[in-house]
Design a protein around this ligand. Sequence first.
Ligand code: MRU
Length: 350
Amino acid sequence: MAEFKSKIKTIEWVENYSKMVDQTILPEKFEYVNIKTGQEMFDAIKTMIVRGAPAIGVAGAQGVVLYAQELEKDNLSRDEFVKTLLEKADYIATSRPTAVNLMWAVKKQKDVIKNSKSDIKGIVEELKQNGIKLENEDIEINKKIGDFGAEVVPKGAGILTHCNAGALATVGYGTALGVVRSAFANDPTIKVFADETRPRQQGARITTLELTMDGIPTTLITDGMCSYFMKKGMIDMVVVGADRIAANGDTANKIGTYTVAISAKYHNIPFYVAAPLSTIDTGIKTGDDIVIEERSREEVTHINGKIICAPDVNIINPGFDVTPHELITGIITEKGILKPDYTKSIKELF
Ligand code: MRU
């Protein structure tokens, strides 16, 4: 199995708090921040100190532990404790709407609370252990995704990716970039093209940072350049992450992914989505039902605090788009690569 050379652990439970990389200041500064209350965790997810679907899932689970630790000090009856904690868990799950991993992980914690036979102290401990389990499993899952994905990477491939579905979007190793890492371990001649990914530039700020830290050859391109390089024959495959996959394979991912998928189809280039099973929402039939986060106008009007447009211009800023399933060559999961017909292959898997 390929080894993750860089030592990034994006989010980690330490004794009784959460330690995470502050992704709002990358790449200028690489610093950790300690999150010690449930409200701080809600804010960290909302303001994208922690981001990326699997990472915010683990963050949500840890947020429930933080709330449990706070409520433990309030001298509540067991029933009051459980009721209030379940409400706090629901609150944490609303910190961002699109990535289903957040709701999935919070539900795992809610199941622990509901099924526990322990006293309050025991419930807190069970939640803590479950949070740590989810954290550890994430890395193992990503390595499996990476190894399945590496099998479909052609020798010496130019791989295009959008946004950041890497170590910093997960606990470690990454999903789409997990595929890149595993492929690179077998074939150091592969190279990555990273879309800048406006408006928040996760591709430029985060993907280029973590790949170059691992010594993986990476070229940064702006979002409008992908078709140009596809036409030139420099891109052999696309691999992206996902925030939510509907039961028919329609996939929500960072805004701009859909454009890349259309371009890939036009140029006959395979387009893969890499994601854990926790990103598949079988409760949602098609991508039309996926809630798309609407973000602030400042993300579009400003870059690094400087205005880049007419101050009063209209702005619309959806954080994600949905790539229709017919544009997706395969969905790389920890259980193998799903192929069309996705309604059938997803149903069989679950
Ligand atoms: O808004 P972000 O930065 O949280 O969006 C991240 C993405 O869109 C990722 O591609 C997705 O979450 C998959 S992360 C493995």
